[in-house]
Design a protein around this ligand. Structure first.
Ligand SMILES: Nc1nc2c(ncn2[C@@H]2O[C@H](COP(=O)(O)OP(=O)(O)OP(=O)(O)O)[C@@H](O)[C@H]2O)c(=O)[nH]1
Length: 805
């Protein structure tokens, strides 16, 4: 027996051979049959030639009783596939009945196997001896009774074909036998108790009854074979309309046959009624679920899908939607193909389940893909936006690029779209939009701040130095000039900035904000410059004072000859410095209506006005305040009090210059008077002529005159007489008188040293042996003597200036 094509389905003890059936199903490729298959089973008394008939009819290998070896009876239910019969026909050989009445014991194997055969078979062959027809004690009667009884428990008629096979037919023609048999069958049917619903249901509603008679296999084998062969033909295309099982109902699809059979047997064993429709739904549910799970498993294991799943982890994959849709479609259509014969409701709902499970499986990959698409699009946007900024204006570039790249995203998401479902990519698109907007905003802020910095820089450059120069030359015109300059430069910067900003298409409020920022930058440049200058005001004042004081109208250095009116010059110079102080005292970027200059002038310069000369009686000090009248605090650079203290410092620091000038003037005057008057010189020359001639005529006198000249010359140099007399005659005589004796002593000492000095090399050696300190000491003595003479010459009598007070 070929184990692959026949198997024991249920053994003698009622155990279902699940694995055997599964193997059998695979071998005969039942899964592919769909509804195109038929199940034939045979019932009949033991050893009535059932196996023999089946083997001849379907070319199966059921074990037959070997006439020579002894008795063998079939146990349980065997299953085989009919050879060369279309469509695929499964054949079941049942254990033979023993022909005895078994009462109502539904648990007997005979009844259970009959019910099972009726539940799963399209055609049931009822094997009977010809001589049993019309007999009251026929062996098949209890069998038929059993068949009809169990049939009621199937709930709904399956329209099973009952093919009565009359064995060992006699000479009586079938035409005569058949009515008798049908009568017998009808009698049995009528005698079977039926449920209320089927009280009036005719037998034909449940069964198609067919009768066939065969000659004895034992006695007329050839004829038997011939008749079997023609009977075999009736099994070809048995399920087609008009065939043996043409009007069968409630067929379970082939792939559910195994599960269905198991369930039938289980229910039968539990002695429960078989609800065929419910069974069908149940089988469909289980099978469709199984098919769905198989499809999910095969989808998950699909190499193409795995490659896609891996690829989308790292990057966007073009063509994702189409490919995945195809894979899903393939999977679903495979399901459809396999589940097509199962209950439609179940099949459809399980299909939905399968679809949603598959989509759940695919969704993370889809989300990943869209995320990659979003980041990719954003990166590409950034790059393209940067490039287009070089060619077009900001707002246009931002608008065009945003539009283009959102469209690209749309295209990408369309490409990723899966046919089976409408997943909405709008959330991711919104995120992309937000990212793009944020990028545009950041670039805009950067560009605008660059632009601001550029124009602010330009404005700073245009203002800083001119403002500094204007403040330096402080006058009444300084602040109007600064205002004019500020207005002009701000206007030009604003117009430049405005046109540069146009491409950003900013809203009016922002534009105004930026422009006013630029304008206030201009003001702040001026203000900070003014503050800087104010911090240096004292130096500036002193500079101005010394410029005006020590240079004349032609900018030539003044020589204090004595003719200059130092008082007037000082006053002019101080007035100018005071003006500078007043200019620096406050920022006057708006119209200057302050009174600073007047206040300062009154308080500091015009102190000589009548009534104000004596300070002790000046009751009110206009500078004793920390704020100027009509000048807000933030515009004040130097407060009145600070002005006062600065002025005091200024005066103290410039006083020396004035003193020096006065002293120089005095000295100059005296310098012109140190020689005796010309008339005295002329008298001396006329009166001393004879003595002079005597001196020239006597060589000894000449030598003495020469020595006196040398000593005189040395004294002249040593005492620096010419310089001494620059300070006036009287101070020079006093100074020279104090230094005269020490200088004479010094000259004599040096002359004595010269006379005692040995030859030059010896002197050199002596110098080398002499300690350094001694040498320096002698030098420092000379220097100190010199410097002391200079110091004493510089320190003239203190001069008390009338202007200083
Ligand atoms: N008289 C007669 N005997 C037959 C016929 N066909 C087979 N037999 C004989 O009947 C005996 C039993 O044959 P099987 O085919 O084993 O009978 P069975 O009904 O399958 O027996 P079980 O399944 O064991 O109940 C064998 O010895 C056969 O030779 C027939 O048409 N007429």
């Amino acid at each position: 027996m070929d184990a692959c094509f026949s198997t024991q389905l249920i053994d003698g003890d009622g155990a279902f051979n699940v694995s055997g059936l599964e193997n059998f199903m695979k071998e005969v490729k039942m899964g592919e049959c769909g509804l195109s298959y038929a199940v034939v089973s045979i019932m009949g008394p033991q050893s009535s030639g059932k196996s023999t008939l089946l083997n001849h009819l379907f070319r199966t290998n059921f074990r037959e009783m070997d006439a020579f070896k002894g008795r063998h009876t079939t146990k349980g239910i065997w299953l085989a596939k009919a050879h060369n019969i279309e469509p695929c026909t499964l054949v079941m050989d049942l254990e033979g009945t023993d022909g005895r009445e078994r009462g109502e014991d539904d648990t007997a194997f005979e009844k259970q196997s009959a019910l099972f055969a009726l539940a799963v078979s399209d055609i049931v062959l009822i094997n009977m001896w010809c001589h049993d027809i019309g007999r009251e004690q026929a062996a098949n009667k209890p069998l038929l009774k059993t068949v009809f009884q169990v049939m009621m428990r199937l709930f709904s008629p399956r329209k099973t074909t009952l093919l009565f096979v009359i064995r060992d037919k006699s000479k009586t023609p079938l035409e005569n036998l058949e009515p008798i048999l049908r009568e017998d069958i009808q009698k049995i049917w009528d005698g079977v108790p039926k449920p209320h619903a089927h009280k009036e249901t005719p037998l034909s509603e449940f069964f198609n009854v067919e009768v066939v008679a065969l000659s004895s296999y034992e006695e007329k084998e050839e004829l038997f074979k011939e008749q079997v062969s023609s009977l075999r033909d009736r099994f070809q295309h048995s399920i087609a309309p008009g065939g043996l099982a043409g009007d069968r109902r409630g067929v379970v699809p082939a792939s559910g046959f195994s599960f269905s059979s198991q369930q039938f047997w289980k229910v039968i064993k539990e002695n429960k009624d078989l609800d065929l429709p419910a069974h069908k739904v149940m089988v469909a549910t289980v099978r469709c679920e199984e098919i769905g799970n198989e499809k999910i498993a095969s989808f998950t294991a699909d190499e193409e899908w795995q490659q896609f799943e891996e690829a989308v982890q790292n990057d966007y994959v073009p063509g994702f939607g189409k490919k995945i849709s195809n894979l899903l479609e393939r999977c679903l259509s495979e399901y459809d193909m396999e589940a097509v014969y199962f209950d439609e409701g179940v099949r459809t709902s399980k299909r939905h389940q399968l679809e949603s499970k598959l989509l759940q499986l695919v969704n993370p990959a889809y989300q990943n893909l869209l995320d990659h698409l979003r980041t990719r699009t954003l990166e590409a946007f950034k790059e393209s936006f940067d490039k287009s900024l070089e060619k077009e204006g900001f707002a246009v570039a931002a608008r065009d690029c945003t539009k283009a790249f959102l469209e690209k995203f749309d295209k990408g998401s369309e490409d990723a779209a899966i046919q089976q479902v409408k997943w909405d990519p709008s959330k991711i698109k919104d995120k992309l939009k937000r990212d793009i907007e944020a990028h545009v905003a950041s670039v805009r802020a950067k560009k605008l701040s660059e632009l601001c910095a550029k124009y602010e820089g330009q404005l700073t450059k245009a203002l800083a130095e001119p403002v500094e120069a204007l403040l330096d030359s402080a006058s009444e015109e300084t602040w109007p000039a600064i205002r004019k300059l500020l207005q002009r430069e701000t206007k030009s910067a604003v117009s430049g900035f405005e046109s540069a900003m146009a491409s950003f298409e900013l809203d009016e409020v922002t534009q105004k904000e930026l422009l006013s920022k630029l304008e206030s930058h201009g003001r702040s440049v001026v203000e900070s410059k003014a503050k800087e200058e104010a911090a240096r005001v004292l130096i500036r004042m002193k500079d101005r004072f010394s410029t005006l004081f020590s240079r004349d109208a032609d900018s030539m250095p003044r020589v204090w000859t004595g003719k200059e009116d130092i008082k007037a010059i000082t006053k002019t110079a101080r007035s100018a410095s005071m003006k500078l102080l007043s200019t620096m005292a406050a920022i006057r970027l708006d119209e200057d209506g302050d009174n600073i200059e007047n206040t300062l002038s009154l308080a500091l310069v015009d102190t000589a006005r009548p009534g104000t000369t004596d300070r002790s009686i000046q009751s009110f000090d206009p500078l004793a305040s920390s704020s100027w009248e009509r000048v807000p605090e933030e515009k004040t650079l130097i407060t009145p009090v600070q002005c006062k203290s600065l002025w005091r410092q200024f005066k103290a620091e410039t006083e020396y210059t004035v003193t020096q000038a006065i002293a120089a003037q005095e000295a100059n005057k005296r310098n012109n008077n140190w020689l005796p008057p010309p008339w005295a010189l002329a008298a001396m020359a006329i009166l001393g002529f004879n003595e002079f001639m005597t001196l020239l005529k006597n060589p000894l006198y000449l030598g003495v005159i020469f020595v006196v000249f040398l000593v005189g010359k040395a004294m002249w140099v040593q005492l620096d007489i010419a310089k001494e007399f620059q300070n006036g005659f009287l101070p020079a005589v006093l100074s020279l008188s104090t230094k005269f004796v020490p200088t004479i002593m010094n000259i004599l000492k040096r002359l004595a040293d010269e006379g005692q000095r040995p030859a030059a090399p010896e002197r050199q050696r002596e110098m080398e042996l002499q300690p350094k300190s001694t040498r320096n000491g002698s030098h420092s003595n000379v220097t100190s003597a010199g410097s002391s003479s200079i110091t004493s010459s510089e320190s003239g009598p203190e001069y008390s200036s009338p202007i200083a007070h």
